[in-house]
Write a protein that binds this ligand. Structure first.
Ligand code: SF4
Length: 209
C-alpha cells in the first residue's frame, strides 16, 4: 500500500463535488448495519490498498443542489459520505448545507485527514502502517473498522483512536466471495481479544449495493 499525494480532479468549482456514484441501500457493516442510508461516493483517495474493491477514480462534477435533488426522493435522512477518501473533498460548508436540509451525516474514512465535528457518525478504517498518524489526526471516532486478512497482525487498542466500537471486518475475495479462512481468523482474534466485534459485509452476502 502506498500513501499517495491526493490530487482532486481539476475544474471542481467551490462547493461542487466530484461524485462517483449515489445510491440508496442499507448500511452493510459496522455499528449502523442494516440501517437505510444514502451513499454518496466521492472520487479520489490518498491511499492505494492492494485489497481495494472500490471504483472511485471517475466521477461527475455536481453542485450541492443537484445532489440534493437526486437524494431527496429517498425516504431516508441519513447520508453516508464514502469514497475513495471523502475527506479530500468534504468541507464544513458542504456538511452545513445538508444539515440545514435535515440530513444526518456519517462518514467512512481512512482517518488520514481530520474528521469534522459536524458529522453525526464517524467510521475510521485505518489501513496498513498508518495507525500512529491516524490516532494523532483523529483521537476520537464513533467506530473503528479494520479490514482483516488471515495472518494480519491485530494492533493494540491503545494504538488506535478512542472509539465506541471496534470492529474486525474479514476481507472478501476480489469477486466479492467470503473466505472462510479470513472469517475464522477474525473469530479467533475476537475470542482472544473480546474488546473487538465481528462485522461481516452483509451487503456482499445478500447481494445489494
Ligand atoms: S483507503 Fe479505502 S478507498 Fe482508498 S485505496 Fe484503500 S481501500 Fe480503497
Amino acid at each position: 500500500m502506498r500513501w499517495k499525494s491526493a490530487k482532486l480532479p481539476r475544474q471542481v468549482p467551490f462547493m461542487n463535488l466530484n461524485v462517483n456514484e449515489i445510491f440508496y441501500s442499507l448500511q452493510g457493516e459496522g455499528g449502523r448495519q442494516g440501517e437505510a442510508s444514502i451513499f454518496i461516493r466521492l472520487t479520489c483517495c490518498n491511499l492505494s490498498c492492494d485489497f481495494c474493491d472500490t471504483d472511485f477514480e471517475t466521477g461527475q462534477n455536481m453542485s450541492l443542489e443537484e445532489i440534493l435533488s437526486e437524494i431527496s426522493p429517498y425516504h431516508c435522512r441519513w447520508i453516508i459520505w464514502t469514497g475513495g477518501e471523502p475527506t479530500l473533498q468534504l468541507t464544513d460548508e458542504v456538511l452545513l448545507f445538508f444539515k440545514s436540509k435535515g440530513y444526518k451525516q456519517a462518514i467512512e474514512s481512512n482517518g488520514l485527514k481530520p474528521l469534522s465535528g459536524l458529522l453525526d457518525y464517524t467510521v475510521c478504517s485505518p489501513k496498513g502502517d498508518n495507525l500512529a498518524a491516524v490516532k494523532r489526526i483523529n483521537p476520537k471516532v464513533n467506530e473503528i473498522r479494520l479490514p482483516v486478512k488471515s495472518k494480519d497482525k491485530l494492533p493494540e487498542i491503545q494504538e488506535l483512536p478512542e472509539a465506541d466500537y471496534y470492529f474486525l471486518s474479514p476481507v472478501f475475495t476480489s469477486n466479492f466471495q467470503i473466505t472462510t479462512e479470513n472469517i475464522n481468523y477474525c473469530v479467533k482474534l475476537i475470542k482472544e481479544n473480546p474488546e473487538w466485534r465481528l462485522s461481516v459485509q452483509l451487503h456482499k452476502l445478500i447481494n445489494i449495493p
